[in-house]
Design a protein around this ligand. Structure first.
Ligand code: GLA
Ligand code: ZN
Length: 696
């Protein structure tokens, strides 16, 4: 492993602790000051150090238009400073005051049926309303002027879960429709361009005036893709607007907003470019006896790998998670202490340097009163969950050496592209048989995760040149320039692995003419993917490795749901279809080009087959693992590179105790402080971090 890695600067300058704490809502307890006093006592007992304030606190600052009172927050800030705690201050725009909704109806969303919503819920303001902007600007400016330089202030948290509304929960008011048309005019300039890009002559949908274009026409998938692009523009534009209300009054304090994992509609790769650091809300709620746990854990690692690539030079943080069960989970099982630590260490292993909770204390009423929290209704410090959080704080002190270390550099890149996903999933007929974009990407990722090989995950705009292997699961949409960059990648020695649904459409979601994969890529792979065979759910197809194939594959492999039918193959045939209508035709191929190789996987291989496919390639490339030795199935390893020593996060996602052989090499268990050289025993749901020499 690398020995000279420059340390990353901490999330909070000068604060060398793993951030641990949660959303704190004293605004709900102003009538009960003794509870707030008790909170500060319990915070000290818990070892927590970071608290998010004010997420939905608007009415507690401005009960009447233009009349502000920040007295309670002044006192909380002072107490935070006295205790040496750090504050993440949220802007309150995630929920609007009732007086505002009544006085300015335009701030309330208009639903898809054209009806203005009543004042209810949260995250439901109109993004385009100048009144809402003005009101948010005013309150944010007050907050920034008052607290922007406060010694306890560590970060700004813009609004809450921007875009956390359902697709049909979006605003279709005249203001938003007006913004949408302006956005289209900027993108297309002329209606002629737009009509062509959307294939609008189909069903006589050609538009002759911008005002005719209604985003609710789901029959045009190119329109729908653009509507999501527009929605993302709205979210980014809103974020930037809010961030700009804070920055001038709060120099040097980083600004961000809480993301929501791999959200299907929010292009976080794009939003990540706007924030100063990345923070995420994530609620894995693992159940250790769940037979699907390993898959669920890998899916979280997939998300974490995406997150650590958003801003590779900065740590990220889990800003909301839960030490117990969230009330919205179907099964609300008490979370054991080991599972709690397992979930949190997983984020740290992937480069996070803070894990906080929703929420510090359970409120007595309303929608989330049963949501897990650090302090429950009993208020007792001997409550099981409180003790679990306290124990984690102690362990975080032991993990301090990890701060500043960098996630291991991955030799494998995997392209996950939100716009490609929308293009594929909006194209009727493409996503049949449970054939989801994210699932397939996750299956390819899993083949490496189970071998402890780190994978970077990023969209098709990413820099391919840093990787030895690049994987394109269903890169349906090829944006301009991507095909040429893929060719260059192979030319220069890269191993490119593409699957079915590569290059079906261009960035307008129009099918490429002239054969798939489009935009000139048939030549790179030496084939024409003439057709697709979409199998009904549960049906499988056999894949037969060719004799003496380049991977040394033997026996037979299994594929499900989607098979690309390949013609005009001028590439080495690695495997053929062993059953179905296209039996005997090529299924997996490789074409050598320049210094590299272009692999094409026609069938959707199942997990076992993907493992068999990738293992020999990974071995041949000598891809670095997070852990050199053998690991039992269900043990995951993530490595962070430090100065002279590395930190290997080992986690047991199985219901059994597992033994990891150390082969006589001396390592330090950061949690126990003990030296080990023989074996590490991880109990069921156990997790720890080993400090190992960088050369290990
Ligand atoms: C998200 C929100 C919080 C809360 C939790 C509940 O993280 O940001 O306000 O609703 O979900 O799990
Ligand atoms: Zn609107």
């Amino acid at each position: 492993m690398s020995s000279s890695v420059s340390p990353r600067s901490p999330l909070i300058p000068g604060f060398s602790k793993i951030l641990h704490g949660g959303d704190y809502n004293p605004d709900q307890w102003l009538h009960a000051p003794e509870v707030i006093d008790e909170d500060f006592r319990l915070m000290a007992v818990s070892g927590c150090n970071t608290f998010t304030l004010g997420v939905f606190a608007w009415t507690s600052y401005e009960r009447e238009e233009g009349v502000f009172d920040f007295g309670w927050l002044d006192r909380i800030f002072e107490r935070m400073a006295e205790h040496g705690h750090k504050v993440i201050l949220a802007t309150p725009s995630g929920a609007k005051p009732a007086w505002m909704s009544r006085k300015y109806p335009e701030i309330r969303r208009v639903n898809a049926a054209g009806l203005r919503e009543p004042h209810w819920h949260r995250h439901n303001h109109c993004w385009s309303s100048p009144v809402y902007r003005e009101k948010v600007g005013a309150i944010n400016t007050q907050l920034a002027a008052r607290y922007g330089r406060h010694p306890a202030l560590a970060m700004w948290h813009v609004s809450n879960e921007l875009g956390n509304d359902s697709l049909d929960g979006q605003c279709f008011c005249p203001l938003c429709l007006g913004e949408w048309r302006l956005w289209l005019e900027r993108r297309y300039e002329t209606l002629e361009n737009l009509n062509r890009s959307w294939w609008a002559s189909f069903w006589s949908h050609e538009f002759t005036e911008w005002e005719q274009i209604d985003p609710r026409d789901w029959s045009m998938d190119s329109l729908s893709v653009d509507w999501l692009r527009f929605r993302n523009w709205q979210i980014q534009d809103w974020y930037e607007f809010e961030a700009e209300t804070l920055r001038p009054l709060s120099p040097g304090i980083p600004v961000s907003t809480n993301f929501m994992g791999v959200h299907p509609w929010i292009d976080y790769a794009a939003l990540a470019r706007k924030v100063d650091f990345v923070m995420d809300d994530q609620y894995p709620a693992y159940e250790i006896d769940d037979p699907g746990l390993i898959r669920s854990a890998a899916a979280v690692s997939f998300k974490d790998s995406l997150y650590r690539c958003f801003k590779p030079d900065r740590p990220w943080m889990l800003v909301e998670s839960c030490p117990d069960a969230p009330q919205w989970k179907e099964r609300m099982r008490p979370k054991p202490e080991a599972v709690h630590q397992l979930e949190m260490l997983q984020a740290l292993g992937h480069g996070a340097e803070g894990t906080c909770y929703f929420q510090w204390r359970k409120g007595r009423g309303s929608r989330e009163k049963l949501h897990g929290a650090v302090v429950d209704h009993s208020g007792r410090e001997d409550a099981r969950v409180f003790r679990s959080v306290t124990a984690l704080s102690r362990n975080y002190e032991r993990l301090a050496p990890v701060l500043g270390s960098t996630p291991q550099r991955a030799g494998v890149g995997l392209v996950y592209d939100w716009e490609a996903r929308w293009g594929m999933e909006f194209s009727e007929g493409a996503a049949r048989g449970g054939h989801a974009y994210e699932t397939v990407a996750g299956q390819h990722y899993f083949a490496f995760w189970e071998q402890s090989i780190p994978v970077d995950v990023f969209p098709s705009e990413g820099d391919f040149s840093a990787y030895r292997m690049l994987i394109l699961p269903q890169l349906w949409m090829l944006k301009p320039g991507v095909a040429r960059r893929l060719e260059a990648f192979v030319e220069q020695g890269g191993i490119l692995v593409a699957t079915s649904y590569l290059g079906v459409c261009d960035e307008s979601n129009l099918c490429f003419n002239g054969g798939w994969p489009g935009d000139g890529l048939m030549k790179l792979f030496g084939l024409w993917n003439e057709e697709y065979d979409t199998l009904p759910g549960g049906e499988t197809i056999e894949i037969v490795p060719a004799r003496g194939n380049a991977l040394g594959l033997t026996g037979s492999l299994t594929a499900t749901s989607l098979c690309g039918i390949l013609r005009d193959v001028e590439a080495e045939v690695v495997a053929t279809y062993g059953s179905g209508m296209f039996v005997g035709t090529p299924a997996i191929t490789v074409r050598r080009h320049g210094q590299g190789e272009a692999w094409y996987v026609g069938p959707r291989l199942d997990a076992e087959a993907l493992g068999a496919f990738y293992r020999p390639l990974a071995r041949r490339l000598g891809l670095e693992k997070a852990w050199d030795g053998e690991l039992p199935p269900g043990i995951s390893a993530q490595r962070r590179l430090g100065d002279g020593e590395d930190y290997v996060f080992l986690e047991n996602f199985t219901p059994r105790s597992q033994t990891i052989a150390l082969g006589g090499r001396r390592v330090r268990d950061l949690l126990t402080g003990g030296m080990l050289s023989d074996a590490l025993i991880l109990p069921s749901a156990g997790s720890t971090v080993l400090a190992v020499p960088s050369s290990y």
